[in-house]
Ligand binder design. Structure first.
Ligand code: NAG
Ligand code: NAG
Ligand code: NAG
Ligand code: NAG
Length: 430
């Protein structure tokens, strides 16, 4: 019985220390308990601490379940650091994914965000950090200073708040246009002189008149889309529009030039390489979407209008390891235990080292104490130990098996108050 109690203590302590070094947090306002429409991921849902539906294609499949890892930079820098609870396997190893979401608040219930990381070949060129040990907590490691192309932004709006989150359309679009459309097979349509694309009747709304030209624009069968966010970069405006009449792809991206004479359209998110005169691109570089050339038939205003501009150009001053730098940390220790247990408890080189050292010291002390207790127990009850070896042996097995289960369990005490992981980032990303 005594033995059992010590084992229980060991398991609990192990669990507690592991949770501390792992981090964890609650989503900051306005995320807990809400569903959002995402321009790249369709529908995503936050509970208190988890995020589901946030899908990412990785080698051999996709992952979509995440947890909050560091919320301490959201109030100031609008950064969310998140960690996958889904894993994927590659070259015989199990990988955990970390994301640094650099957000910009467009309105109370809508954000533009970038995945602030280099593209990692290990993880299918996603902008994320991939690790085998899963012990990284260091925001500066996860949020690399890599410049992310402006076109690679994502947009999200809280479900139910779509029409309450409208923004004025980008200034380059504030006109009425006659237009002509060319698709990727070079088919031209809307080439009469009476086509009507109207951003003046309601300057948060883009209306195409399908009576004058039936070509479906902005992926909207209804012909009306709403302006949600404008990113200005490279002399262009990247306009994200919301399309109530489309399911499930409720967003489109329009990249327009300052003259209001050319635009390219694509469903969902904008893509790298998309300009007003060049098509959006698929992963493999093939053209997708369509292009338009426009002639203004009326201007909405006689004076210049200011627009909501979201510019998130990252500086390169942050010094961190490259995204794949931490992938070498795997393996190390070894030992006979279960594979999951070994992978989770090996010290990671990428993460914050202090909790790991503390965990290791506590762990070693506990092992010494337990070995001493086992020795003491055996010494006191020699018959028990040395004549009935199976009992002691099976107890030891029970320990390692249960320990591994607990370590890898996602359920646990409600109060897993994560430490403030990186209270102060010396070189913040702006
Ligand atoms: C961050 O998460 C912790 C729990 O780990 C929570 O106590 C705190 O209120 C959260 N901070 C914000 C800004 O939501
Ligand atoms: C946006 O969509 C395209 C395909 O439509 C995809 O190839 C691209 O990776 C997506 N994400 C970003 C951030 O560009
Ligand atoms: C534009 O349309 C939206 C959605 O229908 C509406 O809420 C808003 O009041 C309209 N704005 C103007 C200026 O009419
Ligand atoms: C669309 O075009 C037709 C034909 O020119 C016109 O009669 C109709 O009023 C237009 N609709 C709107 C909403 O402008």
């Amino acid at each position: 019985m005594t033995m059992f109690r010590y084992l229980l203590g060991w398991i609990l302590l192990n669990y507690c220390c592991f949770r501390i070094s792992e981090g964890g947090c609650w989503w900051p306002t306005p995320f807990p308990g809400s569903t959002w429409l995402d321009s790249t991921r369709d529908t995503i849902t936050f509970t208190t601490e988890t995020l589901t539906g946030f899908s990412m294609t990785v080698p051999g499949g996709s992952i979509s379940n995440w947890e909050c890892l560091d919320n301490s930079s959201f109030a100031g820098e609008k950064i969310l650091v998140i960690k996958s609870t889904d894993t994927f396997s590659l070259v015989g190893a199990t990988w955990i994914t970390y994301l640094c979401l650099q957000m910009t608040e467009v309105s109370t219930n809508s954000f533009v965000y970038y995945q602030q990381a280099a593209q990692d070949p290990t993880g299918g060129y996603n902008r994320a950090l991939f690790s085998q040990n899963g012990m990284i907590t260091n925001k500066a490691t996860i949020c690399s200073g890599t410049a992310v192309p402006p076109a690679e932004y994502h947009f999200m709006v809280k479900q139910g708040e779509e029409l309450n989150s409208l923004q004025p359309c980008g200034s380059f679009l504030l006109s009425k246009f006659d237009y002509q459309v060319t698709d990727t097979s070079s088919t031209v349509s809307c080439d009469s002189t009476t086509d009507n694309w109207d951003v003046c009747t309601n300057t948060s709304m883009i209306a195409f008149n399908y009576t004058t030209c039936a070509t479906v624009m902005a992926y909207s069968s209804g012909g009306t889309v709403y302006c949600m966010a404008t990113v200005s970069a490279d002399g262009f405006q990247y306009q994200t529009v919301y399309n109530p009449s489309s399911t499930p792809n409720k967003f489109a991206c329009i990249v327009v030039n300052s003259a209001g004479s050319a635009a390219s359209f694509i469903n969902n998110n904008c893509t790298v390489g998309q300009t007003p005169t060049s098509y959006a691109k698929n992963h493999d570089g093939t053209n997708i979407g369509y292009l338009a050339t426009m002639t203004k038939t009326a201007s909405c205003f006689t004076t210049t209008t200011t627009t909501t501009t979201t510019s998130t150009t990252s500086t390169t001053s942050v010094t961190t390891a490259t995204a794949s730098g931490t992938t070498a940390a795997a393996g190390g220790g070894g030992g006979g235990g279960g594979a999951n247990s070994a992978a989770s408890t090996d010290g990671g080189s990428g993460g914050s080292i202090i909790p790991m050292i503390a965990g290791a010291v506590v762990g070693i002390l506990l092992i010494i104490i337990i070995l001493f207790l086992i020795y003491w127990f055996c010494y006191r009850k020699r018959r028990f130990c040395f004549k009935k070896k199976d009992v002691g042996h099976s107890d030891a097995n029970a320990n390692s098996a249960t320990g591994a289960q607990v370590i890898n369990s996602k359920e646990g005490p409600a109060d897993k108050n994560g430490p403030t992981i990186i209270p102060d980032l010396s070189a913040p990303i702006t």
